[in-house]
Design a protein around this ligand. Structure first.
Ligand SMILES: *[C@@H]1O[C@H](CO)[C@@H](O)[C@H](O)[C@H]1NC(C)=O
Ligand SMILES: *[C@@H]1O[C@H](CO)[C@@H](O)[C@H](O)[C@H]1NC(C)=O
Length: 281
């Protein structure tokens, strides 16, 4: 039987309600206590999912050996623009440039990570990325809203972030989407993972660039590792979980040392130790 899109979510919603009322009857807890329990179960579930994913991320990291030479573990191209002169003319110029580089990447089957003004371009021309399964988009709250407005008939109000991210990913043909936020929500249109690694409250400019860079490396490693290493899990989803965890761990460590004066440079200095503690401990 073909269910209309969204029917699964509705059914799941109904089941959750049924479960809650059953719990009320059985334990005679106050509704507040039941809701709190439901939320902490959800959180525990997210942490378990995250830990399972991080275990797989450790699998995809290539060992360092003296046999390899420079470039053998991948090469990364970064396309950026001039920040001094923003606005429409800048966007138009950078778009032309990026469409040419995006198209070339697609033709060669090269993975792409798209952030910031690249996302502005995708919101204008979603067809550019539609169905390209080697793309990862990393929108912040505002960029996510703009993309959803552009590709979804009913963007919703974002109250259910997991569902919102899954819907955007599906609408783009299952391109991996990482919605950055208090928790990072990651989906490939099917699975949804949340990165709940502890970070810090400090938000400094450039943090997103650290994430995109780390993601570029991990996407390459994850795709190359093959399905036996990723245990059938989407390589891009794992790469995203790894990069989000690393960024948060860097933020946490840098904040412990520098507090409110933490900058992205301080975070970069933590990449090595954070990587070790997360993936090589
Ligand atoms: C957002 O939408 C959901 C589902 O339609 C609804 O339950 C919720 O009350 C809405 N929240 C706000 C703040 O409008
Ligand atoms: C995206 O993934 C969902 C869930 O696996 C699947 O039902 C859908 O057909 C996929 N869409 C595309 C365009 O591959």
């Amino acid at each position: 039987m073909a269910l209309p899109a969204g029917a699964g979510a509705l059914l799941a919603g109904a089941a959750a309600v049924a479960l809650l009322s059953a719990a009320l009857v059985l334990y005679e807890l106050s509704p507040d206590a039941v809701l709190q329990r439901a939320f902490s179960l959800h959180k525990a579930h997210s942490i378990k999912d995250m830990e399972n994913a991080l275990q797989l991320v450790r699998n995809i990291i290539p060992p360092l050996t003296s046999q390899k030479h420079k470039g053998q573990d991948g090469r990364i191209g970064v396309v950026g623009g001039c920040q001094e002169y923003t606005g429409a003319p800048y966007f138009a110029a950078i778009s032309a440039l990026k469409v040419g580089i995006l198209e070339a990447s697609k033709a060669r089957d090269i993975p792409v990570v798209i952030d910031a003004d690249g996302l502005w371009l995708i919101a204008r021309h979603p067809a550019l990325i539609q169905g390209y399964r080697k793309a990862v988009l990393t929108p912040n709250h505002v960029e996510f809203g703009r993309l959803s407005e552009a590709v979804l008939r009913d963007p919703g109000n974002g109250s259910d972030r997991r569902e919102a991210v899954r819907r955007l990913s599906r609408a783009l043909g299952n391109v991996t989407v990482v919605q950055k936020g208090e928790r990072d929500v990651i989906s490939d249109g099917e699975q949804v993972l949340e990165c709940v690694q502890e970070g810090s409250g400090r938000r400094c400019g450039g943090q997103g660039d650290l994430l995109s860079g780390a993601l570029g490396v991990l996407v390459h490693w994850a795709l190359r590792a093959g399905p036996e290493k990723t245990n059938g899990c989407s390589p891009l989803l794992l790469a995203a979980m790894g990069a989000c965890s690393l960024t948060r761990q860097c933020s946490r460590q840098a904040f412990q040392k520098h507090g409110r004066s933490t900058t992205t440079t301080d975070m970069i200095a933590e990449v090595g130790p954070a990587f070790r503690s997360l993936f090589e401990a």
